[in-house]
Design a protein around this ligand. Structure first.
Ligand code: MLT
Length: 239
């Protein structure tokens, strides 16, 4: 297969020259939106909707029956009146099994919105890395989209993009279409040889520092649990 991989370190850096009609987009927000989505999927949530604003989230919830779970964060913190915040720890089977959820987050759901018209759209995390790569084995145009943090590139997303590039290269020949894919790969290879390196690197990342400041230190290890979930998240309903 003549596969090409392009990495966008921020949603706004998506390559306008790419033909979205043929492209499979994989959106990454390691800390924490796409880790939450993988966790919720594994815990039995029936459908994931994403919205950009809290008002849109409440409006959509009003139109759905039975009422979905309202989920997400602002400034990393749970939103007043919502059912769940943005910590994977909250998405247990007892809480989400059999329920639909609507997620709104500062950066992750925005990145999903930017990629919504691509031929395929998956969201990925370290938690479901291998499952995601298995599911895109037949795709020849891959566009990895990092959510970033408030318009800034964040190391946590870059590392997962790099891990994906490394594993894809191991699986067969690929053409790296842009320098962001090479930057992501070098970032990942620099840290990937030591067992505790991923959590330590997440601590140093912009997203990680924000979470530590907000009291969500423990979520870093939760989001670094590579391949703990054998399931994918494909095409959430983008509201
Ligand atoms: C985001 O979308 O910016 C993140 O998911 C932030 C967070 O986890 O609090």
């Amino acid at each position: 297969m003549n596969r090409s991989i392009s990495v966008s370190l921020l949603p706004d850096l998506l390559d306008a020259g790419d033909s979205i009609a043929d492209t499979c987009a994989i959106v990454i927000d390691v800390l924490r939106a796409t880790s939450v989505m993988a966790t919720a999927g594994a815990a039995g949530v029936t459908r994931i909707h994403t919205c950009q604003t809290t008002i849109e989230t409440r409006n959509l919830a009003g139109r759905l029956s039975p009422r979905p779970l309202l989920c997400g964060e602002r400034d990393c913190k749970p939103i007043d009146g919502f059912d769940l915040g943005n910590s994977p720890a909250e998405y247990s089977r007892g809480t989400v099994t059999g329920r639909e959820m609507i997620l709104t987050t500062t950066n992750g759901t925005r990145a999903i919105n930017v990629a919504r018209n691509e031929k395929r759209l998956l969201t990925a995390s370290f938690l479901n890395l291998t499952a995601t790569l298995d599911s895109i084995a037949d795709e020849d145009q891959l566009q990895i989209v990092c959510a970033g943090t408030n318009g800034r590139v964040t190391y946590d997303d870059v590392l997962l993009a790099g891990a994906m590039v490394e594993r894809l290269l191991q699986r067969g020949s690929c053409r790296l279409k842009n320098d962001s894919s090479r930057i992501a790969l070098s970032s990942w290879t620099e840290i990937s040889r030591e067992a505790t390196a991923l959590v330590d690197a997440l601590r140093r990342s912009l997203g990680g520092r924000n979470l530590i400041a907000a009291g969500f230190d423990e979520d870093l290890a939760r989001c670094a649990n590579v391949d703990s979930i054998n399931g994918i998240v494909e095409r959430p309903d983008v509201g």
